[in-house]
Ligand binder design. Structure first.
Ligand SMILES: [Zn+2]
Ligand SMILES: [Zn+2]
Length: 96
């Protein structure tokens, strides 16, 4: 072990249940059988503008280059309190 740590990927992980070191590729703890959550690859934090092709932070709602308005992400991870919920115009909990 004479390699300096330079942020390379870990080769092992620790079981949160029994704290035993496990091979990083293990899907289950060999000791207690704890199932490790599926590896989550960090998704691209950039998106490409379909209009001008500029890559920009995923949080941008409009293209910083051409002003293209990105459609709102739908489907996955639907947030509660969407349109039509309480507090909306005409709905319950209207103006005070
Ligand atoms: Zn374990
Ligand atoms: Zn653009």
């Amino acid at each position: 072990m004479c390699f300096a740590s330079d942020g390379t990927k870990p080769t092992n992980k620790k079981c949160p249940k029994c704290n035993l070191k496990q091979d990083y590729a293990n899907k289950k703890c060999t000791e207690c059988g704890f199932e490790f959550p599926p590896e989550e690859e960090p998704k691209r934090r950039q998106k490409e503008c379909p209009e001008c092709g500029l890559e920009q932070p995923f949080t941008n709602r409009t293209c910083s280059e051409c002003g293209f308005a990105f459609p709102r992400a739908t489907g996955i991870g639907k947030k509660p309190g969407g349109p039509g919920g309480p507090g909306g115009p005409g709905g319950p909990g209207g103006p005070k």
